[in-house]
Every structure is written in structure tokens, then in C-alpha cells.
Design a protein around this ligand. Structure first.
Ligand SMILES: Cc1cc2nc3c(=O)[nH]c(=O)nc-3n(C[C@H](O)[C@H](O)[C@H](O)COP(=O)(O)O)c2cc1C
Length: 214
């Protein structure tokens, strides 16, 4: 399997920027999109519980409806694929059981062998004061990072978007009453020629300030 060298990786990460203007005429080819969906699905999560749903929007009228509930930012309409990262609002026996079923199916192990693991997850889920939505949101942001980096490696542009009204997204996408709630979105596609943000220098604190070596 081929890998990127360190300088190649850094070049891809320098290339990525939060894209403000997408070329609305360019769509991500199906095979590339399939790889990005795989990146979403392969995202690691705490206990492996995957407390998320990724809503992929390519329907143009729906993308346009999201602009006014995205602080009037144009990316949802202009991008190729708009991804909404939604999280579970509840973590109970049913969710843990469904996950155990998928472990059994994937690895062919006996349910009894997972009793200890099940106990750990149940203990976590029942911890007094656990904010399931906040915990699931941490997991969703890992998926967001994984998605953006994967896209950058493939030469696909993205814009992470917290500038959205999550409750309105839920209404428009029919997420309310599904047990999932929107936390963040990410537009994906190809930068428009005239997007002046592409040429801006990166602003980052110096490495010495943000990395401590012990
Ligand atoms: C979680 C998150 C939410 C963001 N929300 C928005 C947004 O709503 N609109 C936007 O144009 N940029 C948004 N950004 C982009 C940031 O402003 C940008 O990543 C940051 O300034 C660094 O610039 P760069 O990504 O171009 O290197 C967001 C970034 C992150 C990580």
C-alpha cells in the first residue's frame, strides 16, 4: 500500500482551506464520493459506538433551502455535496445492543464473550450527569476532521460549517423525531476560480506555542 511522505502530507494540509466559493458546475465523481463516504464510516469513535448519522445532500432545492439557515453563507448551494453531521440524542440499552449485534456479525464472536465490554458501555451510558449529546458531538467532530483531511488528500475542497442553525436543519431534513440532531455541517466540492480565500496565507500559532514536548 502506498503512503504519503511527510512533506506530501503537509503539502495537502497546506492546500486545504475553508472554501468560501465553490464552482457550482463541478460535481464530485461517484467513485471519489464513495471513498469519502467510506472515510466517514471508518471514523473511530469512543467504544466504537458510532453515535452519528451523516446526511449527504445533493438535491439542489434542499441545498438552497439550507442557505438562509446557514447565516446566509452560500456554500451549501454552491458545493457538490453538503454533509450534515448529526448525533444520537440518547444512548441506552437498544443502542448498545445494536452495536453488540454488529460486533457479533463482523467478528463471529459469542454474545457472552462481550459481557464485560457490554457492562463497561452500560456503566458509561448510565453515568449520572452524562450529557449524551455533548459526548456524541465530540465523536462527530472526529468524523468532520477525518472527512476534511481525507478530502484534502484527494484534491477535494471542503468548508466546515458551524455557522448554521442546527434546529432549522433538523426541521428541513426531517431529523426531528428520528433521535438524531444536527451539530455541524461540511460543504464539499471544488473551489471556484475567484475564491480569494484560496490565496490567503495560513494563520496558525507557532509550533513552539501549541506543542509541548516532555
Ligand atoms: C468547526 C468549524 C466550524 C467552522 N464554521 C465555518 C463557517 O460556518 N463558515 C466558514 O466560512 N468557515 C467556517 N470555519 C472555517 C474556519 O474559519 C477556518 O477553518 C479557520 O479560519 C482556519 O482557516 P483554514 O481552514 O482556511 O486553514 C469553521 C471551521 C471549523 C473547524
Amino acid at each position: 500500500m502506498s503512503t504519503l511522505s511527510g512533506p506530501q502530507l503537509v503539502a495537502r494540509l497546506q492546500w486545504r482551506y475553508a472554501t468560501k466559493r465553490f464552482d457550482a458546475a463541478r460535481k464530485i465523481p461517484a467513485a471519489d464520493w464513495a471513498a469519502l463516504e467510506a472515510a466517514l464510516v471508518l471514523t473511530p469513535s469512543s467504544f466504537g459506538l458510532q453515535p452519528w448519522k451523516f446526511v449527504v445532500i445533493t438535491d439542489q432545492p434542499t441545498k438552497e433551502k439550507l442557505v438562509p439557515v446557514s447565516w446566509n453563507q452560500g456554500q451549501p448551494a454552491e458545493c457538490s455535496h453538503h454533509v450534515v453531521f448529526a448525533v444520537r440524542t440518547k444512548l441506552g440499552e437498544a443502542e448498545i445492543d445494536a452495536y453488540l449485534d454488529s460486533i457479533i456479525a463482523a467478528r463471529g464472536v459469542a454474545r457472552e464473550s462481550l459481557a464485560g465490554f457490554c457492562g463497561m458501555m452500560t456503566g458509561f451510558a448510565n453515568k449520572p450527569g452524562l450529557d449524551v449529546r455533548a459526548w456524541a458531538t465530540f465523536q462527530a467532530y472526529i468524523a468532520l476532521g477525518n472527512f476534511m483531511t481525507s478530502a484534502a488528500v484527494m484534491g477535494i475542497d471542503t468548508c466546515p460549517m458551524e455557522g448554521i442553525e442546527p434546529g432549522r436543519y433538523d426541521e428541513i431534513l426531517g431529523l426531528d423525531k428520528t433521535g438524531f440532531a444536527t451539530v455541524v455541517a461540511c460543504a464539499a466540492g471544488y473551489r471556484a476560480d475567484g475564491d480569494k480565500y484560496a490565496a490567503l496565507k495560513k494563520v496558525r500559532f507557532p509550533k513552539e506555542q501549541v506543542i509541548t514536548r516532555i
